[in-house]
Design a protein around this ligand. Structure first.
Ligand code: HEC
Ligand code: HEC
Ligand code: HEC
Ligand code: HEC
Length: 399
């Protein structure tokens, strides 16, 4: 990133009318620290001057919502014309954006391939259901719609080299195609295909592609691209070098701590008594459950998410169920427990937050009811909720 920033500095000094674009696939999968790193990358990219970015399969690996929220939080604009929410049938992102560059309108859209790079991360226990529209059909529609509205038209094709090349050749009116997707191969120069210049900067941010577009009377007359490897010889921008160092130093400590926590938690998770989630109660207490879903408790976690505080150890314990107790909520990466082969989530203040672990239900201990009355104080503390009065509060959630 430090080299990338230096590259951008020197390019902007030479070409003031510069538009920065990224194909996407910023988030890596599998390891939780890669999620953290993705979030840091987004922040750095915004600082460098990026705005519009493509969406790749890996970006969704931690869940669509996480990507939507984190890009919005960073002030970036992901575009994708062919990703739908399978439940609602609605587009998950803006299909395209039109950016102003030196008085010109540059249209940018993106399409992604459904295979094989869409894979939920191992720790994303809530894989989203995403539907992919046909990239070619989608791209044709978008080109027809966008072409009259802009001076330069760029497609981000997260399709790999072969399919991106093929598609670019079929789209009359496209000016530039940027290749991303599953392990695209870096090409030193752009290649002309149909009306477009196809540019492939490769993977892992190791290269930067610079595409020079020349217009005459509002029409692109030439385009050429060069891809620069950001090797050791490349200068670093000091600000970003320091940001990277801070992140890596901090990450190291956090990972160590997290591993220790994990070790400790996984041993108590298998304790004989544990949480099971509100689903375990609804079966028999349908009325209580119907009341509970309408209370603030059932949405307490969304409150934190809206404020981007859902991983803050200072906030989470009172807005979830059984925080770091046997089978309880552990972290946003491990929010629940497996019951009968199904993952149960323990976000929100669920039944067991007040009543206690499900496994204590049938032990003949009459505490199961009375302890719920005592539970309020553990979260409605004098600092948090100085005016808390049981009778008044209970009336609002009685079931
Ligand atoms: C298999 C059915 C079943 C499930 C599952 C179940 N309960 Fe119950 N629960 C009962 C029955 C039966 C009683 C006895 C009293 C009654 O009829 O309400 C009871 C009683 C209670 C009481 C009152 C206890 C008392 O001492 O009077 C509470 C509180 C309660 N359940 C909460 C829960 C919670 C919380 C869950 C989920 C963790 C849960 N129940 C799951 C059937 C169930
Ligand atoms: C000690 C437990 C506890 C902790 C820690 C805690 N909360 Fe809460 N939070 C509550 C309780 C109880 C309420 C409801 C009573 C109230 O409104 O104060 C609440 C209410 C809220 C509300 C108002 C909900 C609404 O929309 O009406 C917000 C926002 C909130 N918390 C955010 C946070 C954030 C952010 C943090 C971390 C900085 C945090 N909470 C830490 C217990 C806690
Ligand atoms: C915010 C805390 C809290 C939550 C969340 C909560 N309860 Fe309760 N529940 C109580 C309290 C307190 C009582 C007892 C009130 C009293 O009798 O004094 C109670 C009573 C009950 C009773 C006994 C009712 C009766 O009339 O005997 C059942 C059953 C019950 N809860 C089930 C549930 C289920 C199921 C859920 C989740 C869907 C749930 N509760 C969520 C606090 C809670
Ligand atoms: C595990 C922590 C926790 C426990 C236990 C808990 N609450 Fe809450 N309560 C919260 C949080 C967090 C909120 C805020 C939810 C949100 O984000 O809107 C809240 C909100 C409320 C609200 C709505 C806000 C208001 O004041 O109007 C009521 C009413 C309430 N709680 C009553 C109770 C009662 C009664 C009990 C005990 C029977 C109880 N709570 C136990 C965490 C808890």
């Amino acid at each position: 990133m430090a080299r990338r920033a230096a590259f951008i500095d020197s390019t902007k000094a030479k070409y003031p009318n510069t538009l920065l674009l990224d194909t996407g696939n910023i988030f890596e999968v599998q390891e939780d620290f890669q999620l953290e790193r993705g979030l840091v990358l987004l922040g750095m990219m915004k600082k460098m001057g990026y705005h519009v970015i493509g969406v790749g399969g890996k970006d969704l690996a931690w869940g669509v919502k996480l990507f939507q929220d984190s890009t919005a939080g960073a002030g970036l604009l992901p575009v994708s014309a062919n990703l739908l929410d399978a439940r609602t049938g609605k587009l998950l992102f803006k299909p395209y954006a039109i950016e102003q560059v030196g008085g010109l309108r540059v249209g940018v859209f993106s399409v992604a391939s459904s295979s094989p790079d869409f894979m939920p991360a191992a720790l994303n226990s809530k894989p989203d259901s995403v539907k992919f529209l046909d990239p070619e059909e989608t791209a044709r529609k978008i080109v027809a719609e966008l072409r009259p509205k802009c001076d330069v038209l760029v497609g981000i094709f997260n399709l790999g080299n072969h399919d991106a090349d093929l598609l670019a050749g079929k789209l009359a009116g496209l000016d530039v195609a940027l290749v991303g997707g599953n392990n695209p191969i870096m090409m030193g120069k752009g290649t002309h295909t149909g009306s477009a210049l196809v540019v492939s900067p490769g993977t892992r941010g190791q290269h930067m592609a610079r595409t020079l577009v020349t217009l005459e009377a509002g029409k692109m007359v030439s385009a050429e691209a060069e891809v620069f490897p950001l090797g050791d010889h490349w200068p670093e921008n000091e600000v970003y070098a320091n940001m990277r160092k801070d992140f890596e130093d901090g990450l190291n400590e956090r990972l160590q701590k997290r591993q220790r926590d994990r070790g400790a938690i996984s041993s108590i998770k298998h304790g004989p008594d544990h949480y099971m989630g509100h689903e375990a109660c609804e079966r028999c207490h349908a009325e209580a459950a119907a009341t509970w879903v309408k209370t603030a408790h059932a949405n307490a976690f969304a409150t934190l998410q809206r404020r981007r505080k859902d991983s803050m150890p200072d906030c989470v314990p009172c807005h979830v169920t059984g925080f770091q107790k046997s089978g309880g909520y552990l972290s946003s990466l491990d929010p629940g427990i497996e019951v009968d082969g199904q993952k149960r989530h323990l976000e929100n203040v669920q039944c067991e937050a007040c009543h206690g672990m499900a496994t204590l239900h049938d032990t003949g201990d009459s505490n199961y009811l009375s302890q719920a009355r005592e539970s309020c104080k553990s979260c409605h503390t004098p600092q948090q909720d100085p005016n808390f009065k049981f009778d008044v509060a209970w009336a609002k959630i009685a079931h």
